[in-house]
Design a binder for this molecule. Sequence first.
Ligand SMILES: Cc1ncc(C[n+]2csc(CCOP(=O)(O)OP(=O)(O)O)c2C)c(N)n1
Ligand SMILES: [Mg+2]
Length: 621
Amino acid sequence: MKTRRLTVGQAVVEFLKQQYVGRDGVEHQFFAGMFGIFGHGNVAGIGQALHQYADTFRFYQTRNEQAMAHTAAAFAKMSNRLRTLACTTSIGPGATNMITAAAGATINRIPVLLLPGDIFSKRLVAPVLQQLESPASQDISVNDCFKPISRYWDRINRPEQLITSLPEAMRVLTSQAETGAVTVALPQDVQAEAYDYPAALFEKRVYTIPRPRADVNLLKKAADWIRASKRPMVIAGGGVIYSEATEQLAQFVEQTGIPVAETMAGKGSLSYDHPQCLGAMGVTGTSSANIIARDADLVIVVGSRLSDFTTASKTAFQHSAVRFITVNVCEFDAAKHAALPLLGDARATLEELGALVKGYRVGGDYAAQIAQLREAWEAEVDQLYHLGHEPLPAQSEVIGVVNEFSGPKDVMVCAAGSMPGDLHKLWRSRDSKQYHLEYGYSCMGYEVAGGLGIKMADPSREVYVMVGDGSYLMLGQEIMTSIQEGYKLIIVLVNNDGHSSINGLSEATGAQGYATRFLYRNSKTGQLDGERLPVDLVANAASLGAHVIEATCVTSLKSALGEAKAADRTTVVKVDVDFEPRVPGYESWWDVPVAEVSEVDTAQQAYAEYQVKRQKERYFL
Ligand SMILES: Cc1ncc(C[n+]2csc(CCOP(=O)(O)OP(=O)(O)O)c2C)c(N)n1
Ligand SMILES: [Mg+2]
């Protein structure tokens, strides 16, 4: 057997270079490089290998390990899960900093490869700096925290374990049903050890991403259900976009007249002005989508996890005999809501289903209702885009300005705060990759880091990062990495001096917006209700190397965006918005439990309302 004598670090890098995926005859290198921050635990192993292979495998230095894993995830999401990056860290805090982003990737079903450094395998020198000690086991380290949030987890205690572990890691990363964070922990001593690896391990491998087809009998049954339905609808999830099934979806609904509501990950599946597009579904949904969902007798769910935001905490579907058909590559998701499961690829299955329901079309009354609801919704968006709120603009106007300014191929990214809900309702998507929301985990701090990953995946597109002041303050430092690498972002920093979203939630649940604004502690009351804190976000962004523009109104925001577009480096447009005027909910509800007993009257009222609202929650068995 031909062998190559390499260290574990070198073998990992040599292996990653040779991994490819192919779909529909198009091949991509799976890893676009590796992000990392060095420390003890990776500097001498993987770090040495990256240095040795610097010309053939790109290394990116970042500011924070959580951020780099978000960047890798955003890159993968933008690439429809056909590419990603690996992330290397030191042991201890460097490793555990990635936990938040790892959970996000797994929840969102997005591939990222995490290579945290780990404690000595040989144990002699234990406990080393940053080692977690346990009196009950020596076979434990902080990296065990990655186990529940990884779709595959391994620790390489002997060099030859790589030979079987790396192909398993790739199987999971490239599986459309199983993908998520994959963690391969690399003890620092083992990383530097040499082994005679079989040369075949480093040959080019291409993983073909299949388009599995659903069971023929279940397809026929699904077609019967569609033909029998009077008020069918489609819910389009992220799977439609990842599978590149948007044309097939459009064809299916043009042929049948069935309307489509979109989840957070599925928004953009149809262009907003498509006659079958109802826009956002669920808690953050449009009136059109939620009214249609309420009365639907058949819900065809394509590529969705059916989270509580999509189902409005299981209150969205009120028809007494509503049934569900799911199209999904993942058995676990396909089985939800006691659905008729079409276990298959979205594109292939929509094509087959379309052929089986030839001749079926929704009735005239239903079609008229869809058209009328769509028209009313577009009028609502127009109104919210142009409120003329003063002196500070409302957030919905900022969204309107950015939407109308950006081009159809540009990408808007957001993750947490009050903007995701407003964007889900109001953003007019004209391209399937235009609306990039991390809303499985809704992780504050994803925005700037994620924007960088999107730009890296497709530098030809302008990337608009929509970020609230809270999220920005949590994790905005990757501005510096974007400057370092020359990946320009336009960051719209929407400031309202606090956590407006949670303020609203706190009011709705009876706690009167407690501690959600950025205010000094008041010496008189002892509470956080003093003066506004003197935070200078403009100076903060400028200090990281960004070009910064301050917009004060809708007109200056428009010209600031023009200046940002012309700029040659990452530009932050900071705009203050009014904390209060919120985009309302439309025919929907989110279950956030309220205190059952309280001395506060607002909490008592909230509980009384909560008792009523939750009665609409349904089991689907
Ligand atoms: C890491 C993390 N911590 C806490 C939360 C809960 N949370 C959701 S939105 C939010 C406030 C976001 O503030 P900001 O970015 O200013 O947006 P705004 O609500 O003001 O629109 C918080 C604390 C979260 N989603 N992520
Ligand atoms: Mg805020």
